[in-house]
Design a protein around this ligand. Structure first.
Ligand code: AP5
Ligand code: MG
Length: 213
């Protein structure tokens, strides 16, 4: 099964992708996580992508597409995957579609986690991410057992550089201009599924399970 998670920044794509990955045994492929791992390791790709991410802009398609296609060509993706944060532009969606067509393959579902802009800023300002393993929490909606410490690995939690309110506003603008058109793109292919992302994480996941079976 091949699934794309769509939705605004902070809609809960990563949260739901992780839950899908665990229940259905599919690798969770997040371009944002790949970029952040590269930033942490100080790679050239990390240094290049950080400039765009910190400004709330998209990393150019030339860089992003290659990384994604290399990742889904790996062995663990043979039986499917959950894409989180890719595609984010129509050209990215077209490249993915062409690559799959060549393999006689296709995406099964594009799930749009729908959350209005008003809810996004508080989601982002309360999000905390682990510096070490990347696990994500929310100070109110998904708190850790010990404040500021990751439940999974015991490392310190931080506010992502791009979760500052002024950057979040840019990310939302970019989302509406460049990513939202993907809703029509996948709707035209009859694989778009909408879920209400404003309810609790478990309720969102229940709606997703009822779609995926
Ligand atoms: P990326 O990491 O993909 O960020 P994003 O799309 O902006 O999305 P987020 O990760 O911020 O939000 P999310 O939807 O995953 O929400 P989450 O589950 O964490 O990309 C970062 C940057 O990398 C981009 O800006 C761009 O520069 C670059 N990039 C990445 N991919 C790219 C591409 N393909 N092309 C070009 N550039 C690319 O949830 C948010 C918070 O809310 C959490 O704290 C969570 O605990 C909480 N929460 C989740 N669900 C609920 C709920 N139901 N109720 C209450 N709280 C909830
Ligand atoms: Mg995410």
């Amino acid at each position: 099964m091949k699934i794309i998670m769509l939705g605004a920044p902070g809609a809960g794509k990563g949260t739901q992708a992780k839950m899908i990955s665990e229940k259905y045994g599919l690798p969770h492929v997040s371009t944002g996580d790949i970029f952040r791992a590269n930033i942490k390791n100080g790679t050239e790709l990390g240094m290049e992508s950080k400039k765009y991410m910190d400004a709330g802009q998209l990393v150019p398609d030339e860089l992003t597409v290659k990384i994604l296609l290399d990742r889904v060509a790996e062995d663990d993706c043979k039986n499917g995957y959950v894409l989180d944060g890719f595609p984010r532009t129509i050209p990215q969606a077209e490249v993915l579609e062409d690559a799959l067509n060549k393999l006689n393959d296709k995406i099964d579902y594009a799930i749009n986690v729908d959350v209005p802009d008003e809810n996004i800023i508080s989601r982002m300002s309360g999000r905390r991410a682990c510096v070490n393993c990347g696990a994500t929490y929310h100070i109110q909606y998904a708190p850790t057992k010990v404040e500021g410490i990751c439940d999974k690995c015991g490392s310190e939690l931080i506010l992502r550089d791009d979760d500052k309110p002024e950057t979040v506003k840019n990310r939302l603008d970019v989302y509406h201009k460049q990513t939202q058109p993907l809703i029509d793109f996948y709707s035209a292919r009859n694989i778009l599924k909408e879920v209400d992302g404003t309810v609790s994480m478990n309720e969102v996941f229940e709606s997703i399970i009822s779609i995926l079976g």
